[in-house]
Structure formats: C-alpha cells, structure tokens
Write a new protein. Sequence first.
Length: 195
Amino acid sequence: MSRDPRIDAYIAKSAEFARPILAHLRKVVHKTIPTAGETIKWGMPHFTYRDKNVAGMAAFKAHCALTIHGEGRHGDFEGMGQIGKVTSLADLPPDDAIAAKLREAVTRIDESGSAVKRPAKAIAPQDLRVPEDFADALRKNPAAEATFEGFPPSQRREYLEWVTEAKQDATRARRLATSIEWLAEGKRRNWKYER
C-alpha cells in the first residue's frame, strides 16, 4: 500500500474529531482495495483504482464525508458524500457496507474502464469564448477580470459553464453576479470545497 504524505498531512491538520474518522475510512479503503492509490483532488484525499477515482473523503468544520464515485445519489448511502454528515466513528455505516460499495465501484471501473460516464462538456476545451454579458461584467470589475484571466482554461471553463448552462435569464443573471463577486475575491468556482 502506497501512502501519500499529503493525506497524512490532511488528516493531521483536520479537527480532532475528524482524525479518527478519516484514518478509519482510509484503512477500510486499503483493506478492501489493496492496490488503491492515494492522491489529493479538489483539495481532498482521494483513492484510485487503475488511475480512476474510487472514493474521496473530506473533513469540514463539524463533520466528515465520504464519496464513492459512480454512486450518484441513488445508492444506499444518503446525503453529502452518500453516508451523510459523519461526526464520530459511530455515525459510519458498518465497514462491510462501505467495503461492498467500494467493491461495486471497482467492478464499474473494471467493466467500463471508467468510474463514471460523464456527459460531453457544454464548452469544448478549445472553445473558451466568453459570452458578451460575462465579458462586460468582467470589464466593469478589474479585480474579477484579473483573476479570471489568471486562471488556467479549466478554471475559466468552470465559471463559463456554470453561467451559460442556466436555463432561465434570472438564474443566469444571479450566477453571473455571483461569479463576478467570487472572482473579485480571487476565488475559484468551487472554492467552497477547497480546504
């Protein structure tokens, strides 16, 4: 089993209540999937199988979460990260239930070659044209514009897709205003999930 020192550091920096939960989840993953790799993705510890995401875990102010990739919201586990807000080891489902879900994720990878089938992106990687309303809003806020221009294409795309995928004009306007606010503060689109 290969351990990523960044995950050791993540666990060590987590709140006292979270450390035993995260250490236990890590142990269950490696016991279930001995060949699992470790990495940090989206600022959180993740476990991989054949270089595909199997599971991720996170510590927040008052709870921890576990996400088993490919489960969506239709698995037996409910809520954020499928098992809900975990505040102690007693909140975790039995190890064999977690292990069964992990084995299902591994089977999905083996059968399909991918943890999750994703729909095609709304904006192709080579097509990062900024809509006129977005460009106007950026021009009116130099701090937001500087942040946006400093982002790599993937981070710009996250904002562009979020705004352009809105189905109603009011939703698009709200998302655009929020985007400009967050960009002016130097935030990435998914900053809430970063540690």
